[in-house]
Design a protein around this ligand. Structure first.
Ligand code: S3P
Length: 440
């Protein structure tokens, strides 16, 4: 794959941009659409690799889909309406969300389905979803208990379960909710707080699902076996993608950025809460509610200095995809920042906590990594005057994009391998950099 070479900094800008549609909501809209009956029209769907894997996988399962110019028409066959040949293999590519959530929808499947993934996905833990799905009655075959490839066989005789999700993983919670959707009776989930798009989506479609909000845990009850109608949906901008351009703007001297129509669900704004505690003044304007979700335009200006943070652990799950770019801001803060209990970060597309620590050291930042805690010794005068090579990072899209942002605002001569990696979640990333004035 191509290498990206970056040798100069970006100039100040004053721009309005839109980022690609939210990855989590996009995948959910396709999977939920596949279980509805009738034709769904989904607009602003990103042409990212994870979405293309989801569409290809659903097509193999007999769902008719037409996808053109960011609009998708999907013909739902109703609950458990997948219609496919024996011995199919679904390639989830890089997408943990697609693979784990799909397994939940396959608990009643008629023939076995084999799921495979790329090198990064094949090192990730699947026992976290196969364990609860076994309790519903699904069976799994895999060489090694916890990784892909694995084959799921559904059951005619599903039973609802009581499930306790302790990691704060929305993928585990959603996989179980999807299994509950297909299982007659009441599935009850107690889940450590995490993004709640699945619950909001199903509730918006009037599926019998109740949410009882607690301080640290939510309780979700879903009554399965009820058919529901197709829907129209427009995907909002992705907060996780916005995060890269927010931090870039903050770190420049005199720039201004507005990002239009971004999802600001309260379970996704941990990043904003963290950087605002560090002294950023990011604002939401033109707030509106649609499909049970909140959207807004995000406004941000450059700022002179940032405070270090002792990051409250209760924000971890709501900022889990943004920590790499938060660490970059911490590297420019005036003091030592501490982030704790980030073990889930090493379970992502790459071992992110370890890689972040080694990249920060490479660019001259003092870092102490102790188990799942990281201390970052910020330096407001941080500048880079040497060559930096970023490679062997499991093609993790967020490592790539964080490295690009570091390169264009801190300087130095960067060679970043596997340039295509950003397309897994944010295909317009490079185009937007160009739009705000970076000349490649
Ligand atoms: C996601 C949940 C998070 C996140 C991932 C998307 C989702 O993973 O890191 O990018 O759409 O549910 P976990 O649920 O494993 O924390």
């Amino acid at each position: 794959m191509a290498k990206l070479v970056l040798k100069k900094k970006i100039k100040d800008f004053n721009k309005v941009i839109s980022v690609d549609g939210d990855k989590s909501i996009s995948i959910r809209s396709l999977l939920i659409g596949s279980q509805s009956y009738g034709i769904c029209k989904i607009k602003n769907l990103p042409k990212s690799d994870d979405i293309l894997s989801t569409i290809d996988g659903l097509k193999k399962l007999g769902i008719k889909i037409r996808f053109k110019d960011k609009t998708c028409y999907l013909h739902g066959n109703g609950l458990n309406g997948f219609d496919y040949k024996k011995n199919i293999v679904i390639n989830a590519g890089n997408s943990g969300t697609f693979a784990r959530l799909l397994l939940g929808l396959l608990v009643k499947s008629s023939y076995p389905v084999k799921i495979i993934g790329d090198k990064s996905l094949s090192r990730r833990d699947f026992q976290r979803v196969t364990n609860p799905l076994k309790q519903f009655g699904a069976r799994f075959v895999s060489k090694n208990e916890s990784n892909l490839p694995l084959t799921i066989s559904g059951s005619e005789y599903l039973r609802p379960i009581n499930y306790f999700e302790k990691k704060g993983s929305a993928q585990c919670k959603s996989s179980v909710i999807f299994a509950g959707l297909n299982t007659p009776g009441k599935t009850i989930i107690k889940a450590k707080k995490s993004r709640d798009h699945t619950e909001l989506f199903l509730r918006y479609l009037n599926i019998p699902l109740k949410i009882f909000k607690g301080k640290q845990f939510d309780k979700i009850e879903i009554i399965g076996g009820n058919q529901f109608k197709s829907f129209n949906y427009t995907i909002p901008g992705d907060m996780s993608s916005s995060a890269f351009f927010i931090v870039l703007t903050l770190l420049l001297k005199n720039s201004k950025l507005k990002i239009k129509n971004v999802n600001i669900n309260s379970t996704r704004v941990g990043f904003i809460k963290i950087i605002n505690k560090m002294g950023a003044k990011v604002k939401f304007i033109k707030k509106k509610k649609l499909y049970g979700e909140y959207f807004a335009d995000i406004c941000v200006n450059s700022q002179k200095s940032f405070k270090p943070i002792k990051c409250p652990v209760e924000l971890n799950s709501n900022a889990i995809d943004e920590f790499l770019i938060i660490f970059l801001l911490a590297a420019k803060a005036s003091g030592v920042s501490i982030f704790k209990k980030l073990n889930e970060l090493d379970k992502k597309e790459s071992p992110r906590l370890k890689l972040a620590s080694s990249i920060l050291k490479k660019i001259g930042v003092k870092v102490k990594l102790m188990n799942d805690n990281i201390k970052i010794y910020g330096n407001p005068n941080l500048k880079i005057n040497k060559k930096i090579l970023i490679k062997n990072y499991y093609k993790d899209h967020r490592i790539f994009m964080t490295s690009v942002i570091a390169a264009v605002c801190l300087g130095g001569e960067w060679v970043i391998e596997d340039m295509e990696s950003h397309k897994s979640s944010f295909p317009s990333f490079m185009k937007i950099l160009r739009k705000i004035g970076y000349k490649f």
